[in-house]
Design a protein around this ligand. Structure first.
Ligand code: ADP
Ligand code: MG
Length: 250
């Protein structure tokens, strides 16, 4: 579905991605973990065609996208959709929810809006309202409805619950897991929180300073991390660490 080969992204002084290579297969739930500043969001922008690599190749469904002009990225925009961390920042406050959800379709489709509102568990009359009339969790449901409206095959979620109250995080994660299964999506899920990735992903890549230092099946990487940095991250997450120790029977 997605392939990156030796991708670099430099900003003036910052070398945000330093030779990232990875493959995401159709149907995978691919987690990307790493501390703040490790290059996760830069990677997301490149995958979504919102930014270009300084060097290296990016392919989507077998087609190179890194060298395509903007006007030829239309297929990517409908096939791959992104949910961002901050639902308030990514929803236009002056637009009705109906128009927000329809936006990626390029036309208002009331039937599709109704279907998407139901899919994300929002009341049917939500389309008439504006983003500020909803709670943080509900706004993230609106973002998810908008992302799924064009029926993408890939959903990319960049820290989708990090800005939410702890009390609603689990609901939104369960919703995402449910929708990924129901719509047969390939998921790329980005988080600084290893526990969250473990709950929702089957494969994980660990990023540090713009590089992938370890990748593998979630069960393997978490129970037998090979890279010292992965071990450090697990040790720094007390609840996760305790649970993994319990699983090992210690
Ligand atoms: P993460 O999402 O893992 O927190 P980012 O991809 O946002 O990491 O950032 C990686 C590095 O690139 C950071 O040092 C950040 O400051 C830098 N960076 C990201 N975007 C830009 C930009 N547009 N201009 C300059 N530096 C940037
Ligand atoms: Mg980020």
């Amino acid at each position: 579905m997605i392939e990156l080969r030796d991708v670099h992204r430099r900003y003036q002084r910052v070398h945000a991605l330093r030779g990232v290579s990875l493959t995401v297969e159709a149907g995978q739930r691919f987690g990307i973990v790493g501390e703040s500043g490790s290059g996760k969001s830069t990677l997301v922008r490149l995958l979504a065609g919102l930014d270009r690599p300084t060097s290296g190749e990016i392919s989507f469904q077998g087609k190179r996208i890194d060298d395509l002009p903007e006007r030829r990225l239309g297929f990517l925009r409908s096939e791959l959709q992104v949910v961002f961390q901050d639902p308030m920042g990514s929803l236009d406050p002056r637009m009705r929810v109906r128009d927000i959800i329809s936006e990626p379709l390029g036309r208002t489709d009331r039937a599709r809006v109704a279907e998407m509102l139901a899919a994300v568990g929002l009341p049917a009359d939500s389309g008439d309202r504006y983003p500020h009339q909803f709670s943080g969790g509900q706004r993230q449901r609106i973002s998810i409805a908008r992302a799924l409206a064009p029926r993408p095959s890939v959903l990319v979620a960049d820290e989708p619950v990090s800005a939410l109250d702890v009390s609603v995080r689990k609901q939104i994660l369960d919703l995402l897991a449910d929708l990924v299964a129901r719509f047969d999506l390939t998921l790329v899920f980005v988080s600084h929180d290893l526990g969250v990735v473990r709950r929702i992903c089957d494969t994980v890549a660990v990023m540090r300073h713009g590089e992938i230092v370890e990748r593998g099946e979630v069960a393997t990487v978490y129970s037998a991390p090979r890279h010292p940095y992965t071990r450090e991250l697990i040790a720094a997450a007390p609840n996760l660490h305790a649970e993994l120790e319990r699983l090992r029977g210690r």
